[in-house]
Design a protein around this ligand. Sequence first.
Ligand SMILES: [Zn+2]
Ligand SMILES: [Zn+2]
Length: 96
Amino acid sequence: MLAIRPNCEHCNKDLPNTSTEAMICSFECTYCKACAIEVFKNVCPSCTGNFVERPIRPSILIKKYPAATKRIFKPKDLEKTKVNSEEFKGILPEKR
Ligand SMILES: [Zn+2]
Ligand SMILES: [Zn+2]
């Protein structure tokens, strides 16, 4: 089950369950769309995997299975992530 983290790890933007801007990698590193696509070029700065849109948990189930509340805010070193992005952005996720 996804934790559904409450914010973007890089810019700290709120990403509630109902947000359509939340992007996650396979480890559920969570970023807003602007950071995931424009800043990191669809290369997760932690694991080099790709991002997909986080699904929205239906309202009736979010009560029973609530979203995480613990914020993870660890802005990335853009010099380092740029090297990462440049190396991996041209490689299809299934080939990384
Ligand atoms: Zn962000
Ligand atoms: Zn990741």
